[in-house]
Design a protein around this ligand. Structure first.
Ligand SMILES: Cc1ncc(COP(=O)(O)O)c(C=O)c1O
Length: 465
């Protein structure tokens, strides 16, 4: 097996020469100096291009957390100085997040573990007779929590306008007197395309329904204004917002949150607990965000989200968006030069989008391609169905009902792939990473992989035997 002669040298030179010609420099993130071994020999700076799964921590977030760490203490109930300091920090983080999301004055910010947790929390508090409307194109975190409610799954629209019309038709047919909720993503984790959130919110409200925005992929790339978009709730995750410390947010209308039983029962959610004469227990629950935050909270995770919100706001979304557009153009233009590559899209080439791009390569199994990008170029992308199985199967033209096989054989030219490759990037991505990625795609398609790969536990890995 011959190693690609100078793959490592090529990328290292490119890294040194890249001057990041775009308007703003990438924000400093952890891991920017990490090198990884290539199967073909040598080491190369790791190109983290899987931001849509988890983005690297901003250096600023890490520094803030490190500065706070010696003062870490229990939140809310401690009498000591550090407990009080930690409580202030925790509660001030709520204010920072509310500002970041441009919430209404009476909105509540509930800290959760993630977007998945936030949407499951909302699903647990919606009125019992609530009808839920959700597009089949959603991430499973938005698609699945409503299983016990009366859910209408809406077919994949092919334009933003069609999305609004589809929703309007579905809402017009609903029971007009009962409560209803629409759940929609702001930016797709598969295509990166932006959804017409404001228009969908207007349609929902015109029909007496409420709307929750899954901003897991939107918030790291675009400003999110609850007021401007006129959404009732918004959910996002810290680890996609450069704050990978295990926390998330559900923010929005207080009424359904306060009218329901707590999501988790326990200390912190309860204000008063007393034994009853009949032997039972009476509980008075909090009527603030604490009602759904039982147990000792993740103060570091929460503080890191607040730190990331501040860092992104200070960097300015105008320049972050401009820089990301520049990177998106580089990737899309590069991929467009490879006839064997098909980029997946619901709304078409002109749709506004964030730095999340999925594609398939004629003649390649996507897992094989992603494995070669990693092993031979030090590039971390993702392959699969990205927890949005119905959407990806629709885009691939395979049967959305069919569970498929992860380690499928290579698709012959013209054959349909069963999964896709996703490249995603953001505020910390230097030009060199996307340039290396585009160069690697071209080289792999032209020359093939330099190494042999085999399937191990359902994943494609370099065969070192
Ligand atoms: C659009 C979207 N919604 C929700 C989620 C779930 O996020 P988490 O895994 O942080 O709960 C993801 C994660 O990839 C996502 O992309």
């Amino acid at each position: 097996m011959s190693a690609r002669p100078n793959a490592a040298a090529t990328v290292e030179t490119a890294a040194a020469e890249s001057a990041d010609p775009c308007c703003a420099a990438p924000l400093p993130v952890l891991g920017r100096d990490v090198t990884v071994p290539l199967v073909t020999g040598g080491e190369v700076a790791y190109a983290a291009l899987d931001y849509a799964a988890s983005a690297p921590a901003l250096q600023r977030v890490w520094d803030d957390v490190a500065a706070y760490a010696p003062y870490y203490g229990s939140v809310h109930r401690g009498a000591g100085y550090l407990s009080q300091l930690s409580t202030d920090l925790f509660e001030n983080s709520r204010v920072t997040v509310a500002e970041f999301l441009d919430c209404r004055p009476d909105d509540q910010v509930v800290f959760t573990r993630s977007t998945t947790d936030s949407l499951n929390l909302l699903a647990a508090v919606i009125p019992a007779d609530c009808q839920v409307f959700v597009f089949e194109t959603e991430h499973h975190a938005s698609l699945l929590p409503w299983r016990d409610a009366r859910v209408t799954y809406l077919n994949a629209p092919r334009t933003p306008q069609q999305a609004v019309e589809t929703l309007e038709r579905a809402l017009a047919d609903r029971d007009p007197y009962g409560p209803a909720l629409v759940c929609v993503t702001g930016a797709s984790n598969v295509t990166g395309e932006l959804w017409p959130v404001r228009e969908l919110a207007a349609a929902a409200h015109a029909h007496g329904a409420r709307i929750v925005l899954d901003a897991a992929q939107l918030a790291p790339h675009h400003p999110v204004s609850v007021r401007e978009l006129d959404v009732d709730w918004v959910a996002f995750s810290g680890h996609k917002l450069y704050a990978p410390f295990g926390s998330g947010v559900l923010a929005g209308r207080a009424d359904w949150l306060q009218d329901s039983e707590p999501y988790l029962a326990g200390g912190g959610a309860s204000r008063k607990v007393a034994r009853r004469a009949d032997g039972g227990v009476d509980v008075e629950w909090h009527t603030t965000s604490a009602r759904h935050e039982a147990g000792s909270p993740n103060v570091i995770g929460v503080y890191s989200i607040a730190s990331a919100c501040k860092a992104l706001t200070e960097a300015g979304f105008d320049s972050l968006v401009a820089r990301e557009r520049h990177l998106i153009a580089k990737v899309r233009e590069g991929l467009a030069e490879v006839p064997e590559v098909r980029v997946l899209s619901l709304f078409g080439d002109d749709a506004p989008r964030v730095g999340v791009i999925s594609f398939v390569v004629d003649g390649w199994n996507s897992s094989h391609f992603a494995a070669a990008l990693s092993a031979e170029y030090g590039i971390g992308v993702r392959d699969g169905l990205f927890c949005a199985h119905p959407l990806v199967r629709t885009l691939l033209g395979s049967d959305p009902q069919d569970p498929g096989e992860c380690g499928a054989p290579e698709a012959a030219p013209g054959e349909r792939s069963l999964n896709a490759i996703r490249v995603s990037f953001g505020a910390g991505t230097p030009d060199e990473h996307v340039e290396r990625f585009v160069g690697a795609v071209k080289e792999l398609v032209r020359d093939g992989a330099q190494w042999k790969y085999r399937t191990e536990d359902g994943r494609c890995v370099p065969d070192r035997g």
